[in-house]
Design a protein around this ligand. Sequence first.
Ligand code: ZN
Ligand code: ZN
Length: 417
Amino acid sequence: MEQKMLRKYAEMAVKTGINIQPNQTLVIRCPIHGAEFARECAKVAYEAGTKEAVVFYNDEQFSRIRMDKTSREVLCDIKEYQKIQMLNYINTEGGAAFLSIGGSDPEIYKGLDMAKIDEAAKAASKAQEDFRDYTMNSRVQWCVVAIPSEAWATKVFPELPAEEAVEKLWQTIFKVSRLDGDPAQNWKEYTDKQMARREKLNSLNLKTVHLTSKNGTDLYVGLAEDCVWGGGKDITTGGRPYTVAGTPFIANMPTEEIFTAPHKDHVDGIVYGTKPYVYNGNLIKDFVVTFKDGRVVDYDAKEGRELLGQLLDSDENARSIGEIAFVPASSPINRENVLFYNTLFDENAACHIAFGAAYPDTVKGGSEMSREQLMAKGANHSVIHEDVMVGSEDMNIVGITADGTEVQIFVDGEWVF
Ligand code: ZN
Ligand code: ZN
């Protein structure tokens, strides 16, 4: 990738996404193949006044060897320093912001012992629970972007030689990340439009949303009490793009969704997956899930059924959902008509639900609530949060208010407002 574009992409991530503030520490987590991009991000951050840029590299090939050869016990034995590493940066003077750079091989763990990987992933996830409270509650600025790797790019564009696939994936990522022209301005315009939709949804005070598609999806999703669309402290500005301290940031780039917390006990019906889903480096395809009183009571998948079962049995609340998100069929990612095998992109191609935890700030005042208080509102808590795509070109969504009034939200896969 040419330097000029790398620089532009780094500016988008660090300035528009993270919105790094003077004297803040920038913590970058990056795959080793992205070192050049991480360095570019550090330069941008220092120019913007960051106190210190820190990088943690990960090597997926090394992780595969480790997952394969290391015992379960050792994999699950997360050291104390690993649990507090990120928290320590938050607690330094000036605070910290967190940039995660993704782009791994979607099937990096293919062929390995899935149950073992699942256990290791859960142990790692559990160890980061306190840190995740900061990101999920918007107490720190954070942003996830992705860069191509050869393994990923050749999966997305299997017909192309490796080098061309990588180049094409870069171009596709730039396109769907609104990098053409002036990215800061593009993001401002887009964010304003999304905020207007959030305000509209929040003003409707919906109790339930009803999703239907020609593929057989017929799902009633009850919403958590005092739920907020888009989340965040200040519902009039739309929420999640601001930290609790008031610093705007964009958590995912790209992002096309408007989402809220479902009620963990009030989801009923049947829903069909419309895009394959990557879980712990393995694929789940063509799944169907039946809900009763908020919990999955039946499931199937043409590929990865066992894996889906493991996901749903991650803990006692993994069978309930913590997110319902609306994404139009006209989303730039969907228009590319490419399967990315990466949730950051694929979740922004279609309406989705997430098994597991709700974002606390999708409930009014949720950032200040205990897990028990959130659960009482219906916002789910779990060690997992896994987005699965259920939207389609013909999806209809109707909102239902407390007095039974119906409001059309989506017709044929598109926003009505
Ligand atoms: Zn989502
Ligand atoms: Zn999600």
